[in-house]
Design a protein around this ligand. Structure first.
Ligand code: PEP
Ligand code: MN
Length: 337
């Protein structure tokens, strides 16, 4: 339920209402809008006498939130969530460019790619140290050594770091090195992991599952917000369809749909979305034109020898050209890079 308090209600009266809602067995989350306090009161479905709440003197209105994802929805929080990651305010007029290799492979690779993407305007360095691979015989990542290289390469070029967390036990370790914790497509509905990353107190990049509906994706985000962490960035990375020419089908519909339903920022991964190097830039441009808050792009200085996802990785000069194009499109859609 959304409990909107009257304008000008004091902080102590607000705490009093929140306390009374908690006494009814509800979890209470706050969002402020237009000078009014909005309390999202969520419970386990046990019956509550909402007429009683409606009659409390500080309460202006009580209304259901008519979607299953409550805290994620714009009904609860009409204004956009803006997250501060490194030098970028994600979800504001500023677009974010996250870029880097699929996996961290070596010191030379990490530093070469970090230097290139920073020069082109990226503010966040991506790179996996723990990789979810279809085959157990494929490269699984360098582990903590990879995280150390990623952090050093990012720091050398003034970049923030995003890296994937594969399981609950790895959360404290990855959180020690990364500014943003990535939950991969394969783990979107790993609810134990969602809980654990929520408690790390860092922004979470939540990728859309391989075959997940938008509603399932937003419900996964709700798991994180319901744990008290509202710093979630949604990432559309393509879904499984009957099409086989591309690795996945990048669902650009999801951008305006999510923007309407949710206040959370949404970025696009055209690398996994297409799986084909020369299809990455056109889909990246389309994503920004469609209203995405940024991109996460795989870049490698020697993709023919990459240990993962070489065929979809851009060369540094291709990424530089793409960043210039994004700058132009940003101006057209009222954003900056
Ligand atoms: C990745 O970012 O390298 C990755 C494995 O992504 P996804 O979870 O979207 O497949
Ligand atoms: Mn990859």
């Amino acid at each position: 339920m959304l409990v909107v308090l009257k304008k000008g209600v004091s902080e102590s009266a607000t705490s009093d209402v929140a306390g009374r809602l908690r006494m009814l067995g509800l979890a209470v989350h706050r969002s402020d809008h237009d000078g009014q306090v909005r309390l999202g009161a969520v419970g386990d479905g046990a019956p509550i006498d909402w007429e009683l709440v409606r009659g409390w003197p500080m309460v202006q209105s009580v209304a259901p939130i008519p979607v299953p994802f409550k805290l994620v929805s714009r009904v609860f929080q009409p204004r956009d969530t803006v997250l501060s990651v490194g030098r970028c305010a994600i979800g504001s007029h500023q677009l974010v460019l996250m870029a880097g290799p699929c996996s961290i492979e070596s010191e030379t690779q990490a530093f070469t790619v970090a230097e290139a993407v920073a020069r082109s305007g990226a503010t966040v360095l991506r790179g996996g140290a723990y990789k979810p691979r279809t085959s157990p015989y494929s490269f699984q990542g360098l582990g903590e050594e990879g995280l150390k290289l990623l952090r050093r390469a990012a720091d050398a070029h003034g970049l923030a770091v995003v890296s994937e967390v594969l399981d609950t036990q790895l959360v404290p370790l990855v959180a020690r090195y990364a500014d943003v914790l990535q939950v991969g497509a394969r783990n979107m509905q790993n609810f134990a992991l969602l809980r654990e990353v929520a408690h790390a107190g860092k922004p979470v990049l939540l990728k859309r599952g391989l075959a997940s509906t938008i509603e399932e994706w937003l419900m996964s985000a709700e798991h994180i917000l319901s744990q008290g962490n509202s710093q979630v960035i949604l990432c559309e990375r393509g879904i499984r369809t009957f099409e086989t020419y591309t690795r996945n089908t990048l669902d650009l519909n999801a951008i305006p749909v999510v923007k309407e339903l949710s206040h959370l920022p949404v970025i696009v991964d055209p690398s996994h979305g297409t799986g084909i190097r020369d299809k990455v830039a056109p889909m990246a441009r389309a994503a920004i034109a469609a209203g995405a808050d940024g991109l996460i792009v795989e870049v490698h200085h020697d993709p023919d020898h990459a240990l993962s996802d070489g065929p979809q990785s851009l060369y540094p000069d291709q990424f530089a050209a793409l960043a210039d194009q994004i700058r132009t499109i940003a101006g057209v859609v009222g954003r900056t890079l």
